[in-house]
Write a protein that binds this ligand. Structure first.
Ligand SMILES: [Zn+2]
Length: 200
């Protein structure tokens, strides 16, 4: 049986007639206009969706899977803070670089970005596999400093694993201790060599 995907195409202010007609031809229907946002909705097959997505990206139209799974919630930052205790006072460790930041300097990053979760069935399936009820699920949120967050942007590759490991402060504490031990071992080694050659 063919699987149909509910989709929504949106544009701010207006859609040129030619593009509007193209979307109608693809089976979408005008849904309405709210806050300057024009919306068309419909159901398409996977293959049609992939073509439509390419068309929308090219023509700067927003295209998303219309199941609410990939919609950014307004209170995900509050939800994160409610579920995650600060590491120290009101400070959190960035999941990507391990540095400590006060709450007002930390961002809450969606491991799988909102855009990707709204557009891709594959990403939605990965989120489901992680046990997320939607893209704003606490399991998909990590603390990130501003520079790591902007460096990550909409990238997925490599960042998901880094974020999932780095979200645990104990990992960074262990790393810092290990680094200190290595530095200490090097200093001890150098001192011993200097003593051996008679400089110390
Ligand atoms: Zn960082």
């Amino acid at each position: 049986m063919t699987e149909y995907i509910p989709i929504a195409v949106q544009s701010k202010r207006y859609i040129e007639e030619q593009k509007f007609r193209y979307l109608l031809k693809k089976g979408l229907k005008y849904y309405g206009k709210e806050d300057d946002l024009i919306t068309l909705k419909g159901e398409v097959t996977k293959k049609q969706y992939s073509k439509l997505l390419t068309y929308c990206i090219k023509h700067r139209l927003k295209c998303k899977i219309d199941n609410g799974y990939g919609d950014r919630s307004e209170d995900y930052r509050i939800a994160f803070r409610g579920h995650t205790r600060p590491f120290l006072d009101d400070k959190y460790i960035c999941a990507y670089c391990g540095r400590l930041f006060p709450w007002n300097e930390i961002t809450v990053d969606h491991l799988y970005p909102v855009d990707a979760a709204g557009r891709s069935l594959r990403v939605q399936r990965k989120l489901l596999a992680m046990g997320c009820t939607d893209v704003n699920d606490i399991k998909n949120l990590v603390p990130a400093c501003r520079s790591c967050n902007s460096r990550k942007g909409k990238k997925i590759n490599g960042y998901i694993l880094r974020g999932r490991i780095g979200r645990h402060p104990s990992v960074w504490v262990f790393r810092y201790i290990l680094r200190a031990v290595v530095i200490l071992a090097i200093i001890c080694g150098v001192v011993k060599v200097l003593q051996y050659v008679g400089i110390l």
